[in-house]
Every structure is written in C-alpha cells, then in structure tokens.
Ligand binder design. Structure first.
Ligand code: ATP
Ligand code: MG
Length: 206
C-alpha cells in the first residue's frame, strides 16, 4: 500500500485554479520530485498535503487512511513532515529550542528522550555548533539546515522539502543534499525508509 495517495485533488484561489485534478501515489522509500516554473503550484500542492490549505475537492490518504479533513497538526502527528520554502523558525528561540518544540509537539517525543533526540538531529544536520544560537541570525544555508532539522524532529514518515536548496550556491546545495542523504535511515513510525517529496522550480538546480 502507498504511504501517500492523492485522488483528484483540486484547489482554486478565486478564479485561479492552481491544483487541477492531481492524483498520484508515493511508496515507502520513494523520492518524488515535483518540478514546475514559478507559480506552477508546487507549494500549494504541499500545503494541501500538509493540511495548511483545505482541498476544494478530492481526497488525500496517508497509509490508506483518509486525512483530507485532518488538521495540519494531526497530519504532522500522523507522520507528514515538511520544510517551508521561506524558512519559518521561531526566530527568538535558539536552534536547539526550535528542535525541542518540533520534537515535543510534532514528534511527541517524551521530555526525557527529547534532549538526546534533538542533539542527534543537530549533529546529523551539522548544526550542533549553533545549538545555542538564536535562529533569527543564522545565514541561509544554516536556516535551510534548521528547516530540515525541524522537519526531521517531528519524526516524519514522509517529508516534504519545499525548495530546500533554493537560493543556495552550487557547493552549498551539494552540502545540503549530502546532509539530506543522512536521513535515508529507517523512520520511527515505519519499518521502511523515510519518503521524500521535493519540489524545485524548473530553472533551478535545487
Ligand atoms: N494563499 C494564496 N492566496 C491566493 N493565491 C495564492 C495563495 N497561495 C498561492 N497562490 C497563487 O497560486 C499560484 C501557485 O503558487 P505556489 O506558491 O503554489 O507556486 P510555486 O510553484 O510554489 O511557485 P514558486 O516556484 O515561486 O515557489 C500562484 O499564482 C500564487 O500567486
Ligand atoms: Mg513554492
């Protein structure tokens, strides 16, 4: 059974039909790239999957369960992780505290386990030296790393990385891709691998 299934999902903003009858399956361990020019609807599609936007019609299934009406919070708890195209950290919290929030509230990690759990993700995303630094002042590559780290801290089964490498230089992009590769490890809610879904504008290398 696919982890994620979209069936004829549509979404309009006023007269603008952005998502038009979109259907696909995503299998355990599969990486799917969503490619399209600026304004094509990539972020909108992600927001529909995460529950940040409500679909006008169609259905979204996670592990065969209809989550179309579930809130973003509930979908996160069910294993839908995401990063934001424009990083959305809690700016005045430290890098570590940002992970703690994601782990405790998104990933339902226990208070006792959370410190080690978060430090492990900080190590894997190369953010450990920045653990006590306020998120607001991080340079772009580290903000992107923090987006990835926050998403992973929610213990996702599927992770949606929205232009995670957008705005980075080629060498930075390669560094980040290598970091993402460290997370093709068994995810906690599954015996298989995390599933990735990454959009990119057609003209970018992200
Ligand atoms: N909340 C919203 N209200 C109204 N229109 C919106 C909203 N969100 C997106 N749109 C419009 O929907 C279209 C698709 O936007 P979306 O951000 O999904 O595209 P995208 O493929 O992610 O673009 P980019 O490559 O620039 O990130 C655009 O025309 C955009 O202006
Ligand atoms: Mg976008």
């Amino acid at each position: 059974m696919p982890i994620l299934t979209l069936k004829a999902v549509s979404k309009s903003f006023g007269a603008l039909k952005v998502t038009d009858d979109v259907s696909f399956d995503l299998s355990d361990g599969e990486a799917l790239g969503i490619i399209g020019p600026n304004g094509a609807g990539k972020s909108t599609l992600f927001n529909l999957i995460t529950g940040n936007f409500a679909a006008d019609s169609g259905q979204i299934f996670l592990d065969g369960r209809d989550v179309t009406r579930d809130s973003a919070m509930k979908r996160c708890e069910s294993g839908v992780g995401r990063s934001f195209q424009i990083p959305q950290p809690f700016g005045r919290l430290s890098v570590y505290e940002n992970l703690l929030v994601a782990a405790r509230f998104g990933g339902t990690v226990s208070a006792a386990d959370a410190p080690d759990f978060c430090m492990d993700i900080l190590e894997r995303t190369c953010l450990a030296p920045q653990a006590d630094r306020e998120a607001v002042g991080l340079p772009l590559l580290q903000r992107k790393r923090l987006e990835l780290a926050r998403a992973m801290a929610t213990r996702p089964r599927i992770i949606l990385l929205d232009e995670i490498a957008g705005g980075l230089t080629e060498p930075e992009c390669r560094e980040l891709v290598a970091t993402i590769g460290k997370f093709t490890l068994p995810a906690r809610r599954s015996s298989g691998s995390s599933t990735y879904c990454m959009p990119s504008t057609a003209s970018s290398s992200a």
